[in-house]
Design a protein. Structure first.
Length: 200
């Protein structure tokens, strides 16, 4: 089935929540169609990173690091080259790519047991701030991580775990048909009854 004009999504795709949630979370979704002409400003990137910086952190160790690359730069092209599957086909149009890295230990060898959890919290904050800035994000794990480690000369205690595409959402007809169908599919989540093990 081909994607018709009437099937194209608007940039607003509210979640079907059982109770109201804050606007940025309600509106957050993960598009693959990004406007290849749109750019992000220094102020916007600073806001995203500042939100990540102020995310919760176990013992305030803050074991998360980031690589930020704008489209049109060598770093951006390096990151795109490391993407696997169809990710590179659409992520190349994002305005920026942000590599999320967990600092799994100190340079002295002390383990940071909650580094991956802390990184997830920081990226979640970054994503919500992006929504507030009028941007959209899409997180990816389909990456040749060895290429990222080598390209950016990451130490053994720095574990890259996710890449977040940041940009301005575009219409689904800019994508290949298979991706466009995924782009317009209904947003779904498991019911709370399957997620909450106990509640009192």
């Amino acid at each position: 089935m081909s994607i018709t004009e009437s099937a194209l999504p608007t940039t607003a795709r509210s979640a079907d929540t059982i109770v109201p949630i804050v606007a940025e979370l309600d509106a957050r979704w993960s598009p693959r169609s990004f406007d290849p002409e749109a750019t992000v400003t220094d102020a916007q990137l600073d806001a995203l990173l500042e939100a990540a910086r102020w995310a919760p952190s176990a013992n305030n160790f803050q074991p998360r690091r980031f690589i930020v690359a704008r489209r049109g730069t060598h770093h951006f092209d390096t990151i795109v080259h490391a993407l696997v599957g169809f990710n590179a086909a659409w992520a190349v149009n994002a305005s920026a790519l942000v590599v999320g890295i967990a600092e799994t230990s100190t340079v002295e060898g002390d383990l940071r047991s909650y580094a991956e959890y802390d990184l997830g919290a920081a990226v979640a904050h970054l994503v919500v701030q992006a929504q507030a800035e009028g941007l959209h994000t899409h997180q990816m794990a389909g990456v040749e991580w060895d290429q990222i480690v080598a390209a950016f000369d990451l130490a053994e205690n720095l574990k890259p775990m996710t890449i977040t595409a940041v940009g301005v959402v575009d219409t689904a007809d800019k994508l290949a048909e298979a991706l466009a169908e995924r782009e317009t599919a209904p947003r779904t989540r498991l019911p709370l009854s399957e997620l909450v093990i106990a509640r009192s």
